[in-house]
Each structure stands twice: as structure tokens, then as C-alpha cells.
Design a protein around this ligand. Structure first.
Ligand SMILES: NC(=O)N[C@@H](CC(=O)O)C(=O)O
Ligand SMILES: [Zn+2]
Ligand SMILES: [Zn+2]
Length: 410
């Protein structure tokens, strides 16, 4: 008798199967095409699909001295509301996570306040001893300044110091200093330099929010197995024209012309990761020119809507927001398999709804897609065998745990 049996249609290995998942102690113990007995049964109705828990490897949850922008609670409730079970927290906070003591303070904050499971980042900029002491889940390097203004004086030495995978903001500091509109060549130049270092150092590198044709083509051409990259929904679904119509859409790297957006879609099957770069700011900060767009509560629905428009498959969402993040970042306790945490994102591909930011949990209650009718919605989120979000209500508690510290495989 399992604690919980989830019955319905599951997407696994790219195929839709009808069956039951037996869960006990927060972990998947059995996946069966037949019936299983459980203390609790959750029957997922027709038209709905159970996806393995979706993971966002690039979010800014602020807190610390920027609680007015977002807190760990509001940001991780927004994650569950958007169907995200694990968030990767970016370290360009105030104060920034650039020493092991601040890292420890952040880890304690998440342990108390996070509603989703989480990975914690450390900001590398010439602080190699502290970076090693922190033992972060991933390391972040800014090649050019973004929100918070910190960037690396020597990318290659910071990258070579990193004890584990580096996520890099690739915009060239010199180009953006002279060209505040941050043209495509700022990204392409930085990506080329990052790839050269990756070729020499042969250690894991993840290029954040790739937005240009030259950038994605340079990475694919170099084809280094230890180099991955992310693309955001705003660079997939919006262009500079949208920004010209709405200054709120200021973001780094900037929204690009149609040609760049087409290059991302042309190469869509080769994109390893889709990540929101959820970057909340107050309306005042946005008025004052802060860069960043909130994305946690719209990213999955936008992709489901695009599935309905034939632009991608449901299995692409699982590959780029579950399977690849687990492989690339080495998340041992996650995955759709026996012994792994029972995290699930239940979606209804046919549910139509209108984006209403006043219903968001994020403090950034605005969206580029405000008022947009989307076909496809996240209905329920389960974290380690517990329903934590259902029909837009957060029903879980701040019981998120750090990745690889979970009850999954040692
Ligand atoms: N993307 C942005 O425009 N802003 C991000 C920082 C970043 O990801 O560069 C932020 O933290 O606000
Ligand atoms: Zn960035
Ligand atoms: Zn970011």
C-alpha cells in the first residue's frame, strides 16, 4: 500500500502512457500501466497530462535587502504556481553572494522560507577562496554588468577557479560600456570568448539567456559536450518591436529583431534548456530603467500554448525543463524514475485562460502577456509526493529542500 497513487496519463521517455505511479516517503517507488493501491489516490482526469516536475535553472528571487522586489516566499510560491518544482537562485542579490558567510546566510533563508526545492548560486568575481569554501550548487559569472553592477575582471581565471558548473551572463563589458543598447555583437563577442575558454579548460559551462543568431550558432558550431545554454520565453516569443511599444520590456540581453528570434526557433531542437530568467523589479525601479522581466508564472503556459500552435511538442518541455537540467547540473535526487523525488507538474493542454498579473504570487504583478488568452495551463504541482499547488491555490508550506540534499539517491 503506497502513501499516494497518482493515476492518469504520464509523459515519460517522450511517450504518453496511461497508468499509476506509486509514491511513498516522497519518492517514486513504482510506475505501472496497471492499478496500484494507495492510502491516497489522485485521479488525473481526461485531457490532463502528468509531466515530471519542471525545473527552472535561472531565477532571481532577490530578498535580503531587496524584499520589496521579491522574497524567497513570494518567488517560490510563484514557481509552484507556474508548475516549477526546482528553482536555481541567482546570486546577484543585495548584498551579493560573493563570500561563504553570505552564501550560508542565503542557505538558511531558503531552508526556512522556500516553497519549492532549490539550488543555490555563488557569484564569482576574483573571490576564488570564498567560492571554494561556499560549496555552491552552481557558480555565476557576469562577463558584463547587469542588475547589481557586478562583473568579472578576468572571466577565464574565475571560470577556471569554479569548483563546479558555471552559468555565465555573456555580454562583453567593453561593448556594452560604449553601446548601452547592448547590440547583438556584445553577446556574440562574449560567447566566442567564453567558448574559447571552455575549449581550453574543458569544464562545464552553461551560457545564460542566449538571444542572438550569432550566439546560438557559435555555440552549436563549437559543439562542446560540456557547454550547455539557456533560452528564455521572452526571447522566444517577443522582439524589439514589443519593447518599442512597452518600455517595461527592458531586459538584458535585450529583446532582438525578428531575425534573431527566428534563429532561436530554427535551432529550437538543439536548445538544451528553457529558463525564465525571472527578474522581478518594483514599478518604480522599472520606471527608473531597471532591466528584467518576471516569467515564473507564465513560462510553462506559454510553451503549452505554443504546443497547441504546433510550434513544439510536449516532450520538448520535459526535455528542456526536466531531463536536461537534471543531467547538466547533476541533480541526483530528481528524475522520473524509481527512487527519485516524486515531483510532478500536471497540465491541461486544452484549458483556456487569460493572463491576469493581479492573480500572480510574484511581487512583480505585471507581464508582457497581460490580457493574452493562452490555451494550456498548469493545474497542479506536486513536490516530493505532496500536492503543493492546485487550481491556482498554494496548498503547500515552505518545506522546499536544497537539491541533492533531498531523500533521493545518496
Ligand atoms: N536579465 C535582466 O535583465 N536582469 C537580471 C540580471 C540578468 O539576468 O542579467 C536581474 O537580476 O534583474
Ligand atoms: Zn543575465
Ligand atoms: Zn538573470
Amino acid at each position: 500500500m503506497y502513501d499516494l497513487v497518482l493515476k492518469g496519463r504520464f509523459l515519460t521517455g517522450g511517450k504518453l502512457i496511461e497508468g499509476s505511479i506509486g509514491v511513498s516517503g516522497g519518492r517514486i517507488l513504482r510506475v505501472s500501466r496497471g492499478d496500484l493501491k494507495g492510502e491516497e489516490i489522485i485521479q488525473i482526469g481526461r485531457g490532463k497530462v502528468v509531466l515530471p516536475g519542471l525545473i527552472d535553472v535561472h531565477v532571481h528571487l532577490r530578498d535580503f535587502e531587496h524584499r520589496e522586489k521579491e522574497t524567497v516566499e513570494t518567488g517560490t510560491m510563484a514557481a509552484l504556481h507556474g508548475g516549477i518544482t526546482v528553482v536555481f537562485d541567482m546570486p546577484n542579490t543585495k548584498p551579493p553572494v560573493t563570500d561563504s558567510e553570505t552564501f550560508q546566510r542565503r542557505a538558511e533563508l531558503f531552508a526556512r522560507k522556500s516553497y519549492a526545492d532549490y539550488a543555490l548560486g555563488f557569484l564569482l568575481n576574483g573571490n576564488c577562496v570564498e567560492a571554494r569554501k561556499a560549496e555552491a550548487d552552481f557558480y555565476k559569472i557576469f562577463m558584463g554588468a547587469s542588475t547589481g553592477g557586478i562583473f568579472s575582471e578576468d572571466f577565464k581565471s574565475d571560470y577556471s577557479c569554479a569548483p563546479s558548473i558555471v552559468s555565465v551572463h555573456a555580454e562583453d563589458a567593453e561593448v556594452i560600456a560604449g553601446n548601452p543598447e547592448r547590440p547583438p555583437e556584445a553577446e556574440v563577442l562574449a560567447i566566442e570568448r567564453a567558448l574559447q575558454a571552455a575549449e581550453n579548460l574543458e569544464k562545464p559551462l552553461n551560457v545564460c539567456h542566449v538571444s542572438t543568431a550569432g550566439g546560438i550558432e557559435a555555440i552549436l558550431r563549437r559543439n562542446l559536450p560540456w557547454v550547455s545554454f539557456e533560452v528564455t520565453p521572452h526571447h522566444l516569443f517577443l522582439t524589439r518591436k514589443d519593447f518599442e511599444g512597452n518600455p517595461l520590456l527592458k531586459v538584458y540581453p535585450p529583446l532582438r529583431d525578428e531575425g534573431h528570434r527566428n534563429a532561436l526557433w530554427r535551432n529550437f531542437s538543439h536548445i538544451p534548456l528553457i529558463a525564465s530568467d525571472h527578474a522581478p523589479h518594483t514599478p518604480e525601479d522599472k520606471e527608473a530603467g531597471a532591466a528584467g522581466i518576471p516569467g515564473l508564472e507564465t513560462e510553462v503556459a506559454l510553451l503549452l500554448d505554443a504546443v497547441n500552435r504546433g510550434m513544439l511538442e510536449l516532450s520538448d518541455i520535459v526535455e528542456k525543463m526536466h531531463t536536461n537540467p537534471i543531467r547538466i547540473f547533476g541533480i541526483r535526487n530528481k528524475g522520473f524514475g524509481v527512487g527519485k523525488d516524486a515531483d510532478f507538474t500536471v497540465v491541461d493542454l486544452k484549458r483556456e485562460w487569460t493572463v491576469k498579473p493581479e492573480d500572480f504570487y510574484t511581487k512583480a504583478k505585471w507581464s508582457p502577456w497581460e490580457g493574452r488568452k493562452l490555451k494550456g495551463k498548469v493545474l497542479m504541482t506536486l513536490l516530493r509526493g505532496r500536492v503543493v499547488m492546485e487550481e491556482d491555490e498554494i496548498v503547500g508550506k515552505p518545506e522546499g529542500v536544497r537539491i541533492n540534499a533531498g531523500k533521493g539517491n545518496p
